[in-house]
Design a protein around this ligand. Structure first.
Ligand code: ASP
Length: 356
């Protein structure tokens, strides 16, 4: 009997100790769970900045733009939600806009003075500071994919013209017939600019053709994307047909790392749109990152200073979209409008066109 009683006591003591341990395990674990918050991620895109005014836009066209922006951003958001990389989200999102004639990139690229289409694009990976870019390609359906191939599969950062296309062939890219890039709207924009240029030369006009709102608008329409993935990596990319009526194999800011595109895990990822010459001179995308790094300002403060002060002081206009390492987003522009959209980890979607 005594033995049984002793056994019962030992069993009881052991059991209560185990329970205590479980409780203490739980109470120790609980705060640890809070130390691992849901991974943050986010994405932001632009479809170009310019003289985009509500009075010049029909409700149906506005809707068409909004639907395409939504389709593009949801493509990238789904990739991020499922654990994909920021770079994959950026390139696949840009593909949607490159394949649409609505934007000045890929299919909808503007015309050069010689009535050809020359496309520029770049990508940058914020984790490695690796980058790839192409300029002046004329047969590539999705220049952003070729920029990625330059980053991943070549020892170089920026390839141009025929050399870039030889590389594309070696990489197995499909070569498009240049007629793929013909759109009536872009062709008419070029004719209108040429006509205006001619008239001004004939009449020795004092008003610069660059001030004509139609012409100013037809300069823009580049597409770009910046994303933060669940692993805390940032990436950015930009793709464009450049500026209508460009000559002499002009290259804009879109394929210039630091001007049109920049990403650094320590700060932010940025994609630019606007008058490329000024974005190159201002090194706009890198300047925003550098201000965060060296001055310790927030992404929004840096973007505002660069886009609302430094860029206009040079004489340039346009905008940027950017996301920082914590998922904060900036969509800053100094033009009448900028096609733009953003989505956060919770799936909240914001789409904008005008300055509102
Ligand atoms: N930044 C582009 C360029 O200058 C134009 C644009 O943003 O639409 O080539």
């Amino acid at each position: 009997m005594r033995k049984i009683l002793t056994l019962l006591i030992v069993f009881f003591v052991l059991f209560s100790c185990k329970n205590e341990k479980n409780e203490s395990e739980i109470s120790e674990k609980s705060p640890q769970i809070e130390q691992y918050p849901t991974p943050n991620f986010g994405i932001v895109i632009h479809g170009g900045a310019g003289t985009i005014l509500k009075k010049n836009m029909s409700d149906s066209l506005e809707n068409v733009y909004k639907l395409k922006l939504e389709e593009a951003i949801k493509t990238g958001h789904d990739i991020l939600k499922n654990g994909g990389t920021a770079m994959e989200a950026v390139t696949k999102t840009i593909n949607v806009m490159e394949n649409s004639s609505l934007f000045n990139a890929g299919k909808g690229a503007v015309f050069t003075h010689e009535e050809t289409n020359e496309l520029d694009a770049s990508v940058m990976d914020g984790a490695t500071l690796n980058a790839g870019a192409v300029a002046g390609v004329t047969h590539i359906k999705n220049p952003i994919d070729l920029a990625l191939a330059v980053m991943n599969n070549s020892p170089h950062v920026l390839l141009s013209g025929q050399g870039a296309e030889r590389f594309a062939k070696e990489q197995g890219f499909e070569m498009m017939d240049p007629s793929y890039f013909y759109t009536e709207k872009r062709f008419q924009s070029l004719q209108r600019i040429k006509e205006k240029e001619k008239t001004e030369l004939d009449h020795d006009s004092k008003v610069s053709f660059a001030e004509d709102p139609f012409i100013k608008d037809s300069k823009f329409g580049t597409v770009g994307c910046a994303a933060l993935d669940k692993n805390g990596n940032l990436a950015a990319g930009t793709s464009t047909g450049g500026m209508t009526n460009k000559r002499w194999n002009r290259i804009g800011d879109a394929p210039i790392i630091g001007a049109g595109t920049y990403a650094n895990n320590a700060t932010c990822a940025v994609s630019s749109t606007g008058w490329g010459e000024y974005f190159i001179r201002g090194m706009v995308a890198h300047d925003i990152s550098a201000m965060m790094e060296y001055k310790g300002v927030t992404l929004q403060e840096a973007a505002e200073e660069v886009i609302q002060e430094k860029l206009p002081n040079l004489g340039g206009d346009g905008g940027i979209v950017a996301i920082d390492k914590d998922g904060n987003v900036s969509m800053e522009f100094n033009t009448a409008g900028m096609y733009r959209a953003t989505m956060n980890a919770e799936g909240d979607l914001k789409i904008g066109i005008y300055n509102e």
